[in-house]
Write a protein that binds this ligand. Sequence first.
Ligand code: AMP
Length: 179
Amino acid sequence: MKTNKNIKAIAKSIKDVNNFPRLGIVFKDVTPLLKNPKKFDLCINEMVKLLKNKKYDIVAGMESRGFWFAVPIAQKLGLGFVPIRKKNKLPRKVISTTYELEYGFDTLCVHKDDIKKHQNVLVVDDVIATGGTIIAVKKMFDKLGANFKDCLVLAELKSMNGKEKVKKVGVNLLSLIKM
Ligand code: AMP
């Protein structure tokens, strides 16, 4: 199947949920995609294709929906996976960052010793909206001395200009679906 046709099929499995988790938010629900193993496999393959054989040392993904995509992508690339989790979830020493979401504030953490200096990190998430989460993760990885240049997401909410915002901090956004 051709890539464009694949992308259209994948996009059909992302459902809009109005007013979740707050009034005025159109939530992009990717769970129907996870329920369809053929489409999910197609999705992971198409996301990996966007990387065009670029080389990374490690894949990191954001709790929790980012994990659904980051883990299979890390497996496909033959790389390890590092979780970026919410406060008080990781058991060892962490480095953390507080940031603003499309709906509220949050803190993300990563195990300090999971990412080494100068490692090339690929960050994976499900959706980019304002880009605030990615910018926060960039600050966190900068503190650790890692190279975070590429971020791969399933879907980009174009009206929120996240791609341009993350570009300003040196992150190149790769997205499969523009919505
Ligand atoms: P942002 O920091 O604004 O780019 O928001 C991205 C993060 O929030 C991602 O981890 C998404 O899972 C989640 N998110 C933000 N907006 C939405 C939305 N409309 N639908 C689904 N997830 C969203």
